[in-house]
Design a binder for this molecule. Structure first.
Ligand SMILES: *Cc1c(COP(=O)(O)O)cnc(C)c1O
Length: 431
């Protein structure tokens, strides 16, 4: 690696980072390599050359970094082809992956669109729903209902269903399609159903059924919109309401998919199937960018009987063989072990390590579900102070808003897990 300071100068001058200004105002840490659950830095931070990863690179790296099985799968695929176009051609890695996703997701989901990022998977999901209603002669059904506190991606239609306060709706007034919003789902995975809230959902779906194409939600866990958990009972309710009023139901499982919430898919907690499901993030074990949109036979048939009988979407890198090979290997790894036990073990470690923070000054709430640990402060977090405090404990965290949170790789050992909770604690106190 060249001179680190030269690299950082070039970074600041030319490179956008997520949600960042230009030029950048906060100096990022330079990562030289990563292995297992450790990020190796080009330069020590607070005396640490390596940081234990508490983020799984935003929910994705569930098996950690440089996993020998995933490395080998990608190398093997590299020896055949990195990519070929998916129009008019097909290949084993993508077909096997699609068939496998159909097998492990709820039974009604039968058809798979392989997209290249989560936001695109959500675009495709919404396009499927709107096109379905056009195809069956109900073009007025083109609005989407969601609940507040959600996050569905950064391209325009996904942005329109992100939380209107956290999701930059103000900036984009007049540009984003105006969707329908219910209140935030009442907090708590185990909380009893709030009947008034349930009635408000029912009222919204019923009153707007004629213009509603779909309801889209993140099931059980709202991620980047606020790291909140809710009861699976609301998913069963949405399923009933959508069935009763002829509205499609979309579950965005891009963050929750592949075990993170304690069930393989969060929909499994509720034992319901959506009409459309989006997957991404951990799909390739965090190796390459790929996402998927699954739909029922009814939606596919509806689209295919329409005036324009095709789904007009086809990214250049659709079905990318390297990404599909990584995804197949990641699924082999995940399903070839007692993943539920590992997620439970991590959850228990998070509960034990974060418990002392409950009731601490500045802390509003501490919550854990599956392998997700969240500390909510009673003030906006000082991102730089919190990040540095975690780094002093040898841990990589990326706090935001009023949240210090972690979703460790499933392979995190108990000692490293204790280090992560010490890092979260330090960040919560400093931030
Ligand atoms: C991350 C995320 C997305 C967007 O995925 P990208 O790959 O970043 O485009 C959409 N929905 C949810 C629930 C997510 O967590």
């Amino acid at each position: 690696m060249g001179d680190v300071h030269q690299l950082l100068d070039l970074d600041r001058a030319h490179v956008w980072h997520p949600y960042g200004p230009m030029p950048g105002t906060v100096t990022p840490y330079v990562v030289e390599s990563a292995s297992g659950v450790r990020l190796r830095l080009a330069e020590p931070v607070a005396g640490h050359r390596e940081l234990v990863d508490g983020m799984s690179s935003w929910w994705a790296a569930i098996h950690g970094y440089r996993h020998p099985v995933l490395d080998e799968a990608v190398r093997d695929q590299l020896g055949r082809m990195s990519h070929v176009m998916f129009g008019g051609l097909t290949h084993e890695p993508a077909v096997r992956l699609a068939a496998r996703l159909v097998e492990i997701t709820p039974a009604p989901l039968q058809h798979v669109f392989l997209a290249d990022s989560g936001s695109v998977a959500v675009e495709v999901a919404l396009k499927m729903c709107l096109q379905y209603w056009r195809s069956v002669g109900r073009p007025a059904k083109r609005r989407v209902l969601t609940w507040r506190g959600g996050y569905h991606g950064d391209t325009f239609h996904p942005m329109s269903v992100c939380d209107p306060e956290g999701g930059m709706h103000q900036l984009w007034g007049g540009v984003l399609p105006r969707q329908l919003f219910a209140g935030e789902p009442p907090a708590g995975f185990d909380a009893p159903v709030d009947e008034a809230y349930a009635a408000s959902l029912a009222d919204l779906v019923e009153r707007h059924a004629d213009e509603l194409a779909a309801v889209i939600v993140e099931p059980v866990v709202q991620g980047a919109g606020g790291m909140r958990f809710h009861s699976p009972a609301y998913l069963r309710l949405l399923r009933e309401l959508c069935d009763a009023h002829g509205v499609l139901l979309v579950f965005d499982e891009i963050a929750t998919g592949f075990g993170r919430s304690g069930a393989l898919f969060a929909a499994d907690h509720a034992a319901v199937s959506p009409d459309v499901m989006c997957l991404g993030k951990a799909l390739t074990g965090g190796y390459l960018t790929m996402a998927a949109t699954l739909c029922t036979a009814e939606i596919a048939d509806g689209i295919s009987r329409g005036e324009v009988p095709v789904l007009a979407h086809g990214p250049t890198f659709m079905g990318n063989p390297l990404a599909a090979a990584a995804a197949n290997a990641s699924l082999d790894l995940l399903l070839g072990q007692d993943w539920a036990q590992e997620v439970k073990r991590i959850g228990a470690g998070l509960v034990a390590g974060l418990a002392p923070l409950a009731g601490a000054p500045g802390v509003r709430d501490v919550r854990v579900l599956g392998a997700i640990g969240v500390v909510q402060l009673d003030h906006p977090v000082d991102m730089r102070a919190a990040t540095e405090a975690a780094a002093r404990e040898g841990v990589w965290l990326r706090p935001f808003r009023d949240l210090v949170y972690t979703m460790p790789p499933y392979v995190t050992g108990d000692d490293d897990l204790a280090r992560i909770t010490a890092g979260v604690t330090a960040a919560a106190v400093a931030g």
